[in-house]
Ligand binder design. Structure first.
Ligand code: PMP
Length: 365
């Protein structure tokens, strides 16, 4: 029996018009395109983790062990007992769950642009309207425009990635506070502060949470060194987090994720050392870029560096030909014209990245 060609029309027209998120193949390349921690676990920890994972009951659904992970995260991130905590399969899933929980007809999600693409993607998937507010030319929040947009649209969700992706900067605190206050003045709507890059940043919004009950804060173990494990978490006022819990699939974090995350938190000092190395390497990369006439590198508080060049597509292709994979972000937003995003790698990877860029970016911008 053949299906009628109209069967595709079962799907929503907006889904039919979407493109799936494409992960470019990185086999054989120095992979500097996705802000991963470039360091593997030391061999003795790999062996110990393997042994731990081997004993996990794969025949059982995730059970009480998830509460051990809650407790370990509370200790690790110093989350007060009265605050709510919800786990996601990566912080991507938390953005999805928040969107599901808030997407009533006409609801708006708002974020500065250029920004992390999944805020808009999940807003659209759940039928929310997305409002993007352009950053200033130097990638700061446009305070007046953000506050005006918050007043005009009354967003259910206002996202602030802190530091931002792909610009890698932390927002000015006064500007950020103005946005947080504008949402509070609406009397409804949440501010979601996304601290995915917190391991590499000099500031966090965490301590302000207790006095800002409409703010939720999201973090992830991905940039810490566990991008493959898929574990994100969100904290905030308990009765707000409780609503997100209601739309969370019961077993969204697998027994293997849970056990690997617990293991990593027991060895947090190892990952903290890696973060220190990554920050030092970031400074070395920045210093090298500063000597290249054809590069304008923007300040970074993350494990990535945004760089404006004369020809982003050409730079991307030339690096790829030398075996190095970065991200050409030019097409994401007009403010990113001819920008590429580099991830900070291992010292050897950065040597290769610096040597290739120095050769390519000799002509003044
Ligand atoms: N927030 C920001 C700002 C990001 O850049 C990313 C991933 N690049 C995420 C969230 C998603 O992280 P996760 O791996 O936890 O889904």
């Amino acid at each position: 029996m053949s299906f009628p060609s109209t069967v595709l029309n079962t799907f929503r027209p907006d889904v039919l018009a979407m493109h799936a998120y494409v992960v470019q193949s990185a086999a054989g390349y120095i992979k500097l395109d996705a802000m991963e921690n470039p360091f593997e676990l030391p061999a003795h920890l790999q062996a110990a983790l393997g042994e731990r994972l081997g004993r996990v009951a794969l025949n059982r659904y995730p059970g009480a062990r998830v509460f051990d992970l809650h407790q370990a995260l509370r200790t690790h991130a110093r989350i007060p007992a009265e605050m709510g905590l919800v786990l996601g399969n990566g912080s991507d899933e938390l953005i999805s769950l928040l969107s599901v929980a808030c997407a009533r007809p006409g609801a708006v999600a708002l974020a500065p642009l250029p920004g992390f693409v999944m805020y808009e993607a999940f807003a659209r998937q759940t039928g929310m309207k997305f409002v993007g507010v352009p950053l200033t030319a130097d990638f700061e929040l446009d305070t007046a425009a953000m506050v005006a947009a918050v007043r005009e649209h009354g967003p259910a969700l206002t996202y602030l990635a802190y530091p931002n992706n792909p610009t890698a900067n932390l927002w000015d605190e006064v500007a950020m506070q103005a946005v947080v206050d504008a949402v509070a003045a609406n009397g409804t709507g949440l501010v979601v502060i996304d601290e995915a890059y917190q391991p590499f940043a000099s500031r966090s919004w965490f301590d302000k949470l207790a006095s800002q009950p409409h703010v939720l804060l999201m973090r992830t173990l991905s940039k810490f060194g566990l991008a493959g494990v898929r574990l994100g978490y969100m904290v905030g006022r308990a009765d707000l987090i409780e609503q997100v819990e209601k739309v969370r699939p019961p077993y969204n974090v697998s027994v293997l994720n849970i056990e690997a995350a617990l293991f990593a938190l027991e060895h947090a000092d190892e990952f903290a050392r890696q973060a220190e190395t990554i920050k030092a390497e970031r400074e070395r990369l920045m210093a090298a870029l500063a000597t290249m006439p054809g590069a304008k590198a923007y300040p970074s508080q993350a494990n990535m560096v945004l760089v404006r060049v004369a020809d982003a597509a050409g730079t991307f292709a030339a690096l790829k030909a030398r075996g190095i994979l970065i991200k050409n972000v030019s097409a994401l937003h007009p403010l990113l014209a001819n920008c590429v995003r580099l991830t900070v790698g291992t010292p050897a990877e950065n040597d290769a990245q610096i040597a290739a860029l120095a050769e390519l970016l000799r002509e003044p911008l």
